[in-house]
Design a protein around this ligand. Structure first.
Ligand code: HEC
Ligand code: HEC
Ligand code: HEC
Ligand code: HEC
Length: 173
């Protein structure tokens, strides 16, 4: 009887552990405006402005173009298009905090949802950031979207592509 109770307690504890661990993995999307607060300083390379000036930031707008209408009746509301043309639609609704589809392919599509790594104490420590969901993207991240499922697919050359979207921090290079 006592053994059984112990066993039951053990099971209850491990269920609790699994539930809380998986909760810790539920990083939420916070949106590019939050990253901008710390990542738009001239001396550190203005990552936000650089991103904003390129096509990833316009990926949602692109879905309003005449060309887009060739592939869908209502591209800006079509999950089939939005899944690659916006960060918002990459995850389930309950993982969204302050992000909208309008920001297109934004920071968190490549760097991972930021709810847990966004604080200064975490961010200034690379290992802590990685432990809290930060991704330093490699080619595998890009080809989740740059692939033949795209109706306008163009061959993807990682070296060239990554140079086109570069937003280095001169102080950490
Ligand atoms: C409270 C300020 C703050 C916020 C908010 C913030 N960061 Fe950071 N981040 C930093 C600091 C500080 C560093 C360390 C390098 C530096 O000094 O710029 C850093 C480093 C990084 C790095 C480089 C990591 C490395 O080790 O190479 C990436 C990538 C990054 N942040 C992405 C983001 C993204 C994406 C967001 C939004 C989801 C974000 N950050 C929000 C302060 C912040
Ligand atoms: C969430 C999907 C997604 C991910 C992840 C993604 N891209 Fe893109 N990328 C797009 C879409 C959509 C466009 C087209 C945007 C448009 O024309 O409106 C694009 C366009 C581009 C372009 C051409 C536009 C320009 O600004 O010159 C380059 C280069 C590019 N991506 C590089 C990359 C690289 C490198 C990575 C990985 C580090 C990457 N992309 C990750 C969806 C993605
Ligand atoms: C299309 C994918 C993509 C998007 C969108 C993107 N990044 Fe990055 N980012 C990268 C890649 C690739 C690197 C280089 C990683 C490396 O050096 O290992 C990088 C590097 C960085 C670094 C480190 C720079 C350095 O030299 O230390 C910071 C900080 C950063 N990104 C912040 C941001 C912020 C903030 C946004 C949104 C405003 C953003 N990124 C949007 C792909 C992306
Ligand atoms: C698998 C990811 C993916 C899906 C799904 C996707 N796109 Fe894209 N889209 C991209 C990427 C990546 C680019 C950049 C050019 C390329 O390689 O296709 C792009 C570029 C575009 C462009 C610009 C074309 C150009 O000349 O650069 C248009 C327009 C477009 N997409 C419309 C759509 C529409 C409409 C849908 C839905 C029916 C859709 N896309 C679905 C990834 C995707």
């Amino acid at each position: 009887m006592i053994m059984n109770l112990k066993k039951l307690l053990l099971i209850a504890c491990s269920v609790f552990l699994v539930v809380s661990l998986s909760k810790a993995q539920d990083y939420e999307y916070i949106g590019a405006a939050k990253c901008k607060m710390c990542h738009n300083k001239e001396a550190k390379g203005k990552q936000y402005d650089t991103w904003k000036s390129k096509l990833h930031a316009k990926a949602y707008e692109t879905l309003a173009s005449e060309e887009s209408k060739k592939f869908s009746d209502d591209p800006q509301n079509d999950p089939k298009c939005l899944k690659c043309h916006s960060t918002y639609h990459a995850a389930s609704e309950d993982l969204m905090l302050t992000i909208t589809a309008k920001e297109g392919v934004s920071c968190e599509s490549c760097h991972g949802p930021g709810s847990k790594y966004k604080s200064m104490s975490v961010m200034k420590d690379q290992q802590k950031s990685l432990d809290n969901g930060l991704i330093l993207p490699v080619e595998a991240v890009c080809v989740t979207c740059h692939n033949e499922e795209s109706p306008t697919y163009k061959e993807f050359n990682y070296e060239e592509a990554v140079a086109k979207i570069a937003h280095p921090n001169p102080l950490t290079q």
